[in-house]
Design a binder for this molecule. Structure first.
Ligand code: NAP
Length: 288
């Protein structure tokens, strides 16, 4: 694909995190800039925790227009934002920053990225089983809660699930419960769920797969696995064999990236082009 033409007018966007070298965001955001003809480029910045404050000062000094934030800065970055979007404030973490003339506004696009991937029609009024209570699970829970009938949170550390349950009960009308990650409980909750979301790190890099058996799944269910390394997880393969609808973490990654693009540029993201670039990148990796 043709390289972007960098000039003195090129606007810079980026990703701040540690590590950042395996991020797919530059692939999808630069594809979006090329397709829309915007004179802009997206690059990664590896920033150690101790350097977060000077990095934020540099963003303002250098006029970087916007950036994504990833591990380990998603929570601490909030203190350097001038304003926070309500959703980011409810969730308690930020993954997208818009820089308007030196004033930084923080957003969290993970929940809406998941919502776009599932679709409002499928989500509304549904019973959701949510695996995990970390940053991504919190984002998804807060975005889904106003729309669904019930959320059951299952997590390895039960106190984290209980904390999320209390936060959701304070704000939303839906039924919320929490449970430990045991086989008996999982079997019962999987059977009761219309939408199953793995928002934990289980299954990442092919390790510690979520304890969900294929026999517990059925064709009326939807399974979203937000883990995207590998692109097809064991959970998604089980869902496929059970005839359930599958949604991959790459789809969510794409959608949350598209929302960030819109926040930065005011333009609708060219999602087809972004998806094509992402698929090409995955194929290249499979070949190498
Ligand atoms: P996080 O804040 O560190 O939370 C990790 C969660 O996974 C916690 O609930 C943790 O449980 C649980 N967990 C970790 N290892 C486990 C194990 N061996 N067994 C059982 N539970 C385990 O991470 P995060 O930011 O939420 O990210 C979670 C996953 O989502 C990562 O794979 C990340 O790459 C992915 N993600 C994808 C997207 C996307 O767009 N597709 C966006 C964001 C994140 P405890 O509470 O017990 O520690």
């Amino acid at each position: 694909m043709e390289s972007p033409k960098i000039s003195s007018r090129t606007q810079v966007y980026g990703l701040i995190g540690d590590p950042v070298d395996h991020s797919i965001s530059p692939i999808i955001q630069n594809a979006a800039f090329r397709k829309t003809g915007l004179d802009a480029v997206y690059v990664t910045f590896q920033v150690k925790s101790r350097n977060l404050r000077p990095a934020v000062t540099s963003v303002k000094t250098l006029g970087i227009r916007g950036f994504n934030v990833t591990i380990p800065h998603k929570i601490r970055i909030m203190r350097y934002c001038n304003t926070l979007d309500k959703e980011a404030s409810d969730i308690g973490s930020v993954n997208t920053i818009v820089n308007r003339k030196g004033s930084l506004k923080g957003f969290n696009t993970d929940g809406r990225g998941a919502l776009l991937s599932v679709g409002m029609e499928r989500l509304r009024g549904s019973s959701v089983l949510l695996l995990g209570a970390g940053g991504a699970a919190r984002a998804i829970a807060h975005t889904f809660a106003p729309e669904v009938r019930r959320i059951s949170i299952v997590n390895r550390t039960i106190s984290n699930a209980q904390q999320l349950k209390r936060a959701l009960r304070r704000r939303y009308q839906c039924q919320v419960s929490s449970a430990p990650l045991t086989e008996t409980k999982m079997k019962e909750l999987v059977g009761d769920a219309e939408l199953i979301v793995n928002a934990s790190s289980m299954g990442m890099n092919g390790k510690n797969d979520p304890p969900i058996r294929r026999a517990w799944l059925n064709p009326s269910q939807t399974v979203l696995d937000i883990v995207y390394v590998p692109p097809t997880t064991t959970l998604l393969r089980s869902a496929e064999r059970a005839g359930a609808r599958r949604i991959s973490g790459l789809e969510m990654l794409l959608n949350q990236g598209a929302i960030s693009f819109k926040l930065w540029t005011g333009k609708r993201a060219p999602i087809t082009e972004m998806r094509r670039a992402l698929s090409q990148e995955i194929l290249n990796h499979a070949d190498s």
